[in-house]
Design a protein around this ligand. Structure first.
Ligand code: MN
Length: 330
């Protein structure tokens, strides 16, 4: 996925101040999504919950787009031309449909429901993403992970993993990154991280043992949940501060509910995000943009995509306004 905003803001994302001691009452903040057109002739729309003014990072998770279920005959599906990334990993996770991925490593992969596809941008990579002609309904999430400073210039990589579903009382989990409820992903991350799809049975109350050093995000895909007692409607992202050892998800309805659970320790570094780049300074962003525009080897080339690559938007003229996660409420 590419950030295709024509005037993307440059965000300076603060080191989180969440160093709080364990508490009995989890603090949950409800974050709303904003609609962002993905571009193309019919402009499929995604719902973006990260980054936003109230929250820029959850652990190392720095970007969260949620889309569908969309009838692709109406929306046109996904067609994101080759574009660059630096300083991050991309995570594609589908609930329905199929996406053809091509990148400058030479990877040509199909992204399917229940299968993790994780691309490490490192110093530089480029890729394209196109929903396949067989796809009638497209439904999923695209997530980005900020790389820590010591690894942000790492080499390009691509990983594919199909997690075995884990059954607990009241829910089925697919742990695609990290560990939860006895499920563990073998896929390497550069900071401790959790990513899981959770489907709750009707009327289920599911306590999950979690790492108290982690903050968590619960993105509701289907139905409505209570997250540690806080109601969370579909498309919303509930941010749960660190310091708890049990996170309880509840489904009060008579239908199944589904969410994606994200987690990780608060990211200790300040990052700068602009367009499809994560850096540490404005100069990092200017250099990455110039390298893409110069067709530098840094990002390589995508073979097999029918069409032109995405040009970088113009850099902002205004002084960059630092943005940080707000201080925790008492
Ligand atoms: Mn992308």
């Amino acid at each position: 996925m590419s950030n295709v905003e024509t005037r993307p803001a440059e965000l300076r994302c603060g080191a989180s101040p969440d160093g709080t001691a364990p508490t009995r009452t989890p603090r949950v903040e409800v974050l709303q999504a904003r609609d962002v057109p993905l571009g193309g002739p019919r402009a499929m729309t995604v719902r973006r919950t990260l980054p936003q003014r109230a929250r820029t990072l959850i652990g190392a998770w720095c970007f969260a787009d949620h889309y569908g279920p969309d009838d692709v005959t109406r929306t046109g599906g996904m067609d994101v031309a080759p574009h660059p990334h630096t300083g991050l990993q991309t995570v594609s996770w589908l609930f329905g449909g199929e996406i053809e991925h091509r990148d400058s490593l030479g990877t040509h992969a199909l992204v399917r429901p229940g299968e993790l596809n994780l691309m490490t941008g490192g110093h530089g990579i480029s890729h394209s993403e196109v929903s396949t002609p067989q796809t009638t309904v497209l439904h999923g999430v695209q997530l980005w992970v900020a790389l820590p400073g010591e690894h942000r210039a790492t080499g390009r990589a691509f990983a594919h993993h199909v997690p075995r579903p884990v059954r607990v009382d009241g829910a089925e989990l697919r742990v695609f990154l990290g560990s939860l409820a006895g499920g563990t992903s073998p896929v390497r991350t550069f900071t401790p991280l959790l990513g899981a799809e959770i489907t709750l049975d009707p009327r289920a109350v599911v306590p999950l043992a979690v790492d108290p050093a982690f903050e968590h995000g619960v993105l509701v895909d289907r139905g409505e949940l209570r997250v540690a007692g806080t109601p969370l409607q579909r498309t919303r992202l509930g941010h749960v501060h660190p310091g708890i050892t049990t996170l309880t998800l509840a489904n009060d309805s008579g239908e199944p509910a589904r969410a994606v659970l994200l987690g990780g320790p608060p990211f200790p570094e300040e990052i700068v995000m602009w367009w499809n780049f994560v850096g540490r300074s404005h100069e990092d962003i200017v250099r990455a943009r110039a390298d893409w525009e110069a067709h530098s080897d840094r990002f390589g080339a995508v073979r097999g995509y029918a069409g032109d690559r995405l040009p970088a938007p113009a850099l902002p003229h205004v002084t960059i306004t630092p943005r940080r996660n707000p201080p925790p409420r008492p």
